[in-house]
Design a protein around this ligand. Structure first.
Ligand SMILES: NC(=O)c1ccc[n+]([C@@H]2O[C@H](COP(=O)([O-])OP(=O)(O)OC[C@H]3O[C@@H](n4cnc5c(N)ncnc54)[C@H](OP(=O)(O)O)[C@@H]3O)[C@@H](O)[C@H]2O)c1
Length: 340
């Protein structure tokens, strides 16, 4: 049986050569045989076969005196990202952006999207996955794992079932992008009286309650492994009131208080919590197509002179996930509409 070799680049465990590597071994299974300097920014740990995975609890190897705390905090295999509303404009762009890194398996949530739409998204994602790890230049032997899961976010039981189904397939969720959202058919609201209180409640449930519940369900595994990322898709409407309506604005601003509370609560546990707050992003079900009627009408109001693109939100989410020092933030991506 050949030796397995773990490459560590800039302190991150990145990949293991010479499989098979069972997916859920723990650090107790690892025997460090040799630690040697390698070329450039990498150095090599030669590991006794066969079982290696990080995310465990041991922080110190008596055999070598090598401190493996950082490894323990860094899963070495692909992380898993759960994106809710992955069939929408922003969700799909974010799924593609994560797939392009070569570092993620994807659990993609949808509600009413057709099989045809899901198949098309699957094909695009699979075509986007790189053949080589962009960080190490080493070949990536397999396509990212990608599964779709249906759930209606207006129903908390459905959200619980969603989490249960995903964790039967994936060991845990490392990154959660709470993106699904809706105005429940009430857009451009002209008076408070025109939004029944039931619509307020249903909107809060979809946009706020379900995102909080899913976070509650995903967080224990993130805390246990000492690494996790939670990002919410809020809206500039949470800061300004916006143009959709009071039910929508209030559902999004509710997320902000939650971000601030939770970010502080888990900051010392390797978990960051942030929100992106977009405005007027076309190429979405919510705002229509780029170059379409809504986009033309809105563009004049936006300082950069155009509506936003889903990829610009996706890049922001990826940046938040990659930057451990960014937490407790609401980042607006709005073409300069709002000054913060
Ligand atoms: N576009 C913008 O300008 C803008 C601005 C600020 C914030 N946002 C936020 O961005 C997020 C993504 O929206 P988008 O712009 O990409 O619009 P979109 O294309 O309409 O996508 C909405 C996504 O949410 C899912 N969804 C809607 N209602 C749901 C429900 N009851 N249960 C479960 N899933 C549900 C949809 O699933 P199915 O399609 O499968 O039914 C779809 O995947 C939302 O939270 C939205 O509030 C968008």
């Amino acid at each position: 049986m050949g030796k397995e070799r773990l490459y560590i680049h800039r302190g991150l465990a990145t990949r293991i050569e010479q499989h098979p590597t069972p997916p859920h071994a723990t650090l107790d299974d690892v025997k460090v045989l040799q630690l040697s300097e390698g070329d450039g920014s990498s150095f090599h740990l030669v590991l006794k076969p066969y079982r290696v995975i990080f995310g465990g609890v041991r922080t110190y190897s008596r055999d070598t005196g090598f401190d493996i705390l950082r490894l323990a905090n860094m899963p070495s295999e692909r992380k898993v990202v759960l994106i809710t509303g992955a069939t929408g404009g922003i969700g799909a762009a974010t799924a593609i952006a994560f797939a392009r890194t070569g570092q993620y398996d994807l659990a993609l949530h949808y509600n009413n999207a057709s099989q045809e739409k899901r198949d098309a998204l699957r094909s695009t994602i699979e075509a986007s996955a790189p053949a080589f790890d962009p960080r190490t230049g080493t070949p990536i032997p397999s396509k990212p794992r990608l599964e779709f899961y249906q759930a209606d976010m207006s129903d908390f039981a459905s959200v619980r079932a969603l989490h249960a189904a995903i964790t039967q397939t994936y060991p845990h969720i490392d990154v959660l992008f709470n993106n699904a959202g809706s105005a429940l058919g009430h857009q451009g609201v002209a008076s408070l009286a025109s939004v029944p209180i039931d619509v307020f409640e249903a909107t809060w449930r979809v946009n706020t309650g379900s995102a909080i519940l899913l976070t509650q369900l995903c967080l224990p595994a993130m805390e246990a492994q000492g690494w996790g990322r939670v990002v919410f898709d809020s809206s500039v409407a949470a800061l300004t009131g916006g143009s959709v309506g009071p039910h929508y604005a209030s559902s999004k601003s509710g997320l902000h208080g939650f971000v601030h509370w939770l970010a502080g609560n888990v900051a010392g546990k390797g978990v960051t919590v942030n929100a992106v707050a977009p405005a007027l992003v076309t190429g979405t079900g919510m705002m229509g197509e780029e170059g379409g009627e809504v986009a033309r009408r809105m563009a004049g109001r936006i300082p950069v002179g155009r509506t936003g693109r889903p990829e610009e939100i996706a890049d922001t989410v990826l940046w938040m996930v990659n930057t451990a020092y960014v937490t407790n933030k609401i980042i607006t991506v709005d073409g300069g509409l709002y000054p913060c």
